[in-house]
Each structure stands twice: as C-alpha cells, then as structure tokens.
Write a protein that binds this ligand. Structure first.
Ligand code: PFF
Length: 455
C-alpha cells in the first residue's frame, strides 16, 4: 500500500533542505577518508582529479537524483515504480538503494562509534593525560575489543534512530540546523589553529602542489569512487531528501551549493589535518589510521589537548551523525511509502535491523570469525568486505542506473520541465543531459573495470 502523496512531509525551508543534504554529504568521507586517500595518492594531482570528478560526474548525478525525488514525491522504490512502471526492471534500482542503505549504515556506524569513543576520551580529559607513547596503541586495542566496538556502535545507532524517529522537519531538519553550523564553527577554530603551526606550508604544498611521480590511473579511479561516496550518491539518499522538496524549489542551484560545500569541507579538513601531521613528524600516507592514530598522537603533544581533541572528535561525530540519518531515512521511507507503516515503527524497525546487521562489522577487528578468521579465508574481514562492496560496486552501480535512467529512459518532456522548474541555471540543461548520456556512464564503467582488475 502506498501512502497518499498529499500527506507527504516537506522541508520547513530551503536552507533546511540544503543543510540536511549537505549534512548527508559531509561525513566521515570528508574528514576521515578524503585526507587519507589524498595522502596515499600523493596529494596535488589527486586533488585536481577529484575536483573534476565532482564537477563532471558527481554534480550531474546529484541533480538527477534530487530531481527524480522531487518529481515523484516518493522514495527510491516508489519513484522508479511511478516513472518506469511497477513491473519495470528499473524498480530494481530502487531496491538496490534500500539494500545499500542497510549495508552501508551497518559498518559506517562502527567507524562513527570509534569517533564517539575518542570524543569521550577527549572530553573526559583522558587523552591529555596519556602522552604520545600511550596514545599510539589505543586504536589497536579499541579495534580489537568486541565490547567497546559493540557498545559504541549501538550508542551511535540509538542516536541515529532518535533523529529519524522525529521525522523530516522535526528530526532531520531540526538536527541538521543545529549540527551543521556547529560543525562549521568547530572546523574553523581547528583550521585557525593549524594555520599557526610550522607544518602548514608543507601541508599546503602537499595538497596543492603537483607530484606527477605519485600519479596512477588507479588513483584517478579512486578519486571518482571517493566523489560518489562523499556526495552521498548512488544510494537514493539525495533522491529521498529531494522527495521532501516542493515543486517550485530549485534543484540545480541547491545541488551546486551542496557539492561546493562538501568539496570545500573535504579540502578544509585536509588543510586542518595535514599541518598537525607534518608538524609532529607523522606520515601523511598513514591510511585509515590517520585520524584515529596519527592525529591523536599529534594532538596529545599540543598545548590544549583536551580542547582541541574534543573539538576534533566532536566534529567527526556530528559529521557522521548527519550522514547516518540520511542512510536510515532511505530505509525508513521505504517502509513508510511502500508498506504504509507509521514513521515511528518504520524508524525503529529499520534502525534495529541495521544495528543487528552491524554486529559482525563491530566484531571485525578481533580474532574471531568476522575478523582474522575471515581474513584468513577470503583475504578481507567482514568490515573491509562490506566497505569494498559498497564503495566500489553498489554506489557506482546506483549512480550508473540514475544517469542511464535520466538520460535514456525518462520522458524527455518531463525531464526538461523538471530541470527548468524553479531553476535559475536553465542554460545548463543541454550540457547536463550530455554529461549523463555519455561521459558519466563511461567514467563509472572505468571504475568497474578497475575494480575487477582489468584496468
Ligand atoms: N557522504 C557520506 C560521507 O562522506 O561520509 C557518506 C554517505 C552518506 C554515502 C549517505 C552515501 C549516502 F547515501
């Protein structure tokens, strides 16, 4: 049973939508992943390619996603049903979104849980008292501890469910309006602190200088995958948020703002982290441990450890929470729109199911079946396997589906009307369709070829 369209919730204001969608985009992908992926790929040229991916691939797909949501006033499964027909294979794209939201949030919440753990260590002053030698092994022991991982994962899922329980304007929008400005202020304070450090010049040079020797084709494809992840594309999150817009709202302008904000925050996060790393003699290519090992070691040596570390890990938690709520909203809106459930029941049921699905991810750092047991069998633990599956396959596949559907299958008149409705950037219509028809699908196919080792 589908809920009547007239009852659909809407955003309270334009800025509310922008903050919520930017909140979805700005997450662990910007602060945890972007700096370390940039570090591993040598900085400079990777950043430039990333910017091109955002502009030429990410932005067109984001416009398409939000536009489909606004046009159908429905979440992914219902949106494809109404545009392509209830029995069309395109509805599979909607199902893929719901599946991706379950899988992604189940392990995203584990990393968010690590952030909560560090935020707690910081705010309670424990990090300041430890000194660098004792900070270094903290992450290893957290990673391996089943109890700590499970505890923080469940706390984080509880917070996420609580926000989604409140609804669109009273939950998602209200919290985005609080958390996003707080995040920006915290980031600004940390950036100012980094500007005063010796390592700032070196960090700037690392990020924006050209280091051709480090450039690889694999790095370029990783930049595309990262752009998809960071802009929250291919999973129906933007589509679902778009479905709470009204017809006169500007999709194109909003997409430009959201993409620009997300990209600036990824760059600012790097400009804030790398000076800390360089000033304390740490390696920029430390991998996923950059934020949870190198940064705390550096912070523990700086004056004002408790203040700075609380700001930093608080920032990480806020960023993770505004992204996680968009993932849970995809799953929740499926039950509301397609099954006719009440929001409260849908939010709790979907959230609990994801929390349970996340248990093996929370146990992946240990020596049990989902950790080193699985590593021995298939080379990757449960957490890494899901991360690989979602980032390299599910999100790009979702993005490819959206691009192909909008460019080749959607009714042309409807597509044009929808693009132009409420938009001040009408001139770009032809360019947008062209990008979705050819360059975007080709770029995504290259990612797939890379993922299977053919490139
Ligand atoms: N964009 C989020 C981040 O950068 O952490 C992750 C994400 C959120 C991906 C929502 C996909 C999604 F639908």
């Amino acid at each position: 049973m589908e809920a009547p369209v007239s009852k659909r919730s809407h955003w309270g204001s334009r800025i509310g939508f922008i903050l919520a969608a930017a909140g979805s985009a700005v997450g662990l992908g910007n602060i945890w992943k972007f700096p370390y992926v940039t570090g591993e790929n040598g900085g400079g040229i990777f950043v430039l390619i990333y910017l091109a991916c955002v502009l030429l691939v990410g932005l067109p797909v984001m416009i398409a996603e939000i536009l489909i949501g606004r046009s159908t006033q429905n979440s992914p499964v219902g949106a494809f049903k109404s545009l392509a027909g209830p029995r069309s294979p395109w509805v599979g794209m909607g199902w893929l979104s719901v599946l991706s939201s379950f899988v992604l949030l189940s392990f995203y919440s584990v990393v968010a849980g690590w952030s909560l753990h560090y935020a707690w260590l910081s705010i309670s002053g424990q990090l300041a008292g430890l000194g660098p030698d004792n900070v270094a092994p903290l992450f290893g022991s957290l990673h391996a501890s089943a109890g700590a991982n499970l505890f923080w994962h469940l706390v984080f899922m509880g917070l996420t469910i609580a926000v989604i329980y409140g609804g669109v304007s009273k939950g998602v929008e209200r919290w985005s309006r609080i958390l996003m400005p707080a995040l920006l202020i915290m980031m600004l304070v940390l950036l100012i602190n980094s500007l005063t450090l010796d390592g700032f010049g070196k960090a700037f040079q690392f990020l924006f200088g050209f280091h051709q020797d480090k450039f690889t084709a694999g790095g370029a494809l990783e930049a595309l995958g990262q752009a998809f992840f960071s802009l929250s594309l291919g999973m129906g999150a933007m589509l679902t948020y778009g479905s709470y817009l009204r017809r006169r709202d500007d999709v194109v302008g909003a997409s430009v703002t959201i993409s620009a904000l997300d990209t600036c925050i990824a760059l600012v996060a790097s400009l804030m982290l790398f000076p800390i790393i360089f000033s304390y003699g740490m390696e920029p290519a430390a991998g996923p441990g950059l934020v949870f090992i190198s940064v705390p070691i550096a912070l523990s040596q700086m004056p004002g450890t408790t203040f700075l570390a609380t700001l930093f890990f608080g920032l990480l938690v806020f960023a993770a929470l505004t992204s996680a709520i968009s993932m849970l909203e995809v799953a929740t809106s499926y039950f509301i729109d397609q099954r006719g459930w009440k929001r409260h029941r849908a939010a709790v049921a979907a959230g609990l199911a994801i929390a349970v699905l996340g248990l093996p991810a929370a146990l992946s750092g240990g020596t049990g079946l989902f950790g080193s047991g699985m590593e021995g069998l298939v080379g990757k633990n449960w957490f890494d396997s899901l991360d690989y599956l979602v980032t390299n396959w599910m999100l790009p596949l979702g993005g490819l589906g959206i691009a192909l559907f909008t460019a080749w299958r959607m009714d042309r008149r409807l597509r044009q009307e929808e693009f132009l409705s409420g938009s001040r950037l009408r001139l770009f219509y032809q360019g947008w369709v062209f990008l979705l028809k050819f360059p975007v699908p080709v770029a995504i196919l290259l990612v797939f070829l890379h993922a299977v080792g053919l490139l």
